[in-house]
Design a protein around this ligand. Structure first.
Ligand code: TXA
Ligand code: MG
Length: 346
């Protein structure tokens, strides 16, 4: 039930077995370049129902359909807009998901009742081989239990999904660590519904101006996010997380005094630090996400660190703030959601 793959070399036999499970309506978790996915046959409504049940996910939150050949987009979406074709050419296979009007081939169970479908062609070789073995269309949300951080290692999938799914393909730690960028290209204006590794700047190089869903970085707006899943508090840490922003010096001092107060109340404290500031914090548990200069490293370790704080039962957590330019947009979006948009400015 738990298949270990060394590097990218899943043997043919394991992939074939996993593909057969999917074709028969079962569920298989697998590595992608972003996070682990929980796969089911996207064209089988019962498989999609099983995915919602395994994750404990509300069934109005649509799934992403993963494909392994460019041309398969025409089998599930219509019209395929010119913007979609240009983005596919620029970024597929890779960490980009596109929203288009769906064809009848895709059941409403997979799209959470919507007339649109989210489509992604991942670059991870195991994911591609699995999708092919499964017949070409694999619905896959992140393989975490609803409300937990997306899994970046097979061990985390096992923690959340043990006994609820048929197989886990273990491909080691993922490369990126945050979920794919989602762009809605079904309408006249392309719009980013979820920021990710493919940044607004990268998309604009291909399409010209691309809007960002206003709810992404702004918690005060009364608007509903355009991606149904983004309205949920996605990951709710067991402890209370706040973001502290300001000059490096002031942030360290303020977080240390907030932690001292919490400690005086008998609470266990945690800090998400950077390599630059790590040594200066006094909390019970201090973890570095990497160098402030290295956004890829931060993206890579963020979900692991949030899971570790949960495991350590930290009750009050503080994190430094990051620039929301480039990939920082995705990092801050995930942090803001985990913090329920609690920001302290010093
Ligand atoms: O990187 C990823 O995208 C990972 C890997 C496994 O591929 N998958 C992933 O799926 O993050 P999930 O289900 O955790 O997130 C999908 C997001 C949700 O916020 C959902 O609401 C949104 O995509 N979405 C899916 N279909 C949509 C649609 N037709 N219109 C708007 N948003 C949609
Ligand atoms: Mg998810």
């Amino acid at each position: 039930i738990y298949a270990v793959i060394k590097g990218d070399n899943a043997d043919e036999e394991q992939i074939r077995r996993a593909g057969d499970i999917l074709k028969a309506g079962g569920l298989v978790a697998f590595p992608t370049e972003t996070v682990y996915g929980l796969g089911g046959d996207a064209l089988n409504p019962d498989s999609s129902k099983k995915i919602y049940a395994a994750k404990g996910r509300p069934s109005d939150n649509p799934l992403i359909v993963h494909i392994c050949r460019w041309e398969d987009i025409y089998r599930i979406a219509e019209p395929v807009t010119e913007e979609a074709e240009r983005l596919a050419e620029a970024f597929w296979p890779g960490p980009l998901t596109m929203i288009l009007q769906k064809k009848d081939t895709v059941p409403k169970e997979t799209t959470g009742g919507l007339d649109t479908v989210a489509i992604r062609f991942p670059s991870h070789p195991v994911a591609r081989r699995l999708i092919e073995a499964a017949g070409g269309f694999v619905a896959a949300p992140s393989a975490n239990a609803s409300g937990r951080p997306s899994p970046t290692m097979a061990e985390y999938v096992a923690e959340d999904m043990n006994g609820r799914i048929d197989m886990i393909l273990d491909g080691g730690a993922v490369g990126i660590g945050l979920e794919s960028t989602i762009v809605d290209v079904s309408g006249p204006e392309p719009i980013i519904l979820r920021p990710g590794y493919v940044t607004q700047e990268m998309l604009e190089k291909v399409l010209g101006e691309v809007e960002l869903d206003q709810t992404i970085l702004d918690g005060t707006t009364a608007l509903r996010p355009k991606a149904p899943g983004m309205k949920y508090r996605h990951y709710a840490p067991k402890g209370e997380l706040s973001i502290v922003e300001g000059s490096a010096e002031a942030v360290v001092e303020h977080i240390n005094s907030l932690c001292a107060c919490a400690a005086a109340e008998g609470k266990k404290t945690g800090v998400i630090a950077t390599d630059e500031t790590f040594a200066r914090y006094t909390a019970d548990s201090v973890k570095s996400v990497g160098s402030r200069e290295d956004e890829e490293a931060i993206a890579h370790s963020l979900y692991r660190i949030l899971r570790e704080f949960d495991d350590e039962e930290v009750e009050v957590m503080y994190t430094e703030s990051f620039s929301s330019y480039g990939m920082g947009q995705a990092i801050m979006n995930r942090l803001l959601k985990a913090a329920g948009h609690r920001i302290i400015t010093v």
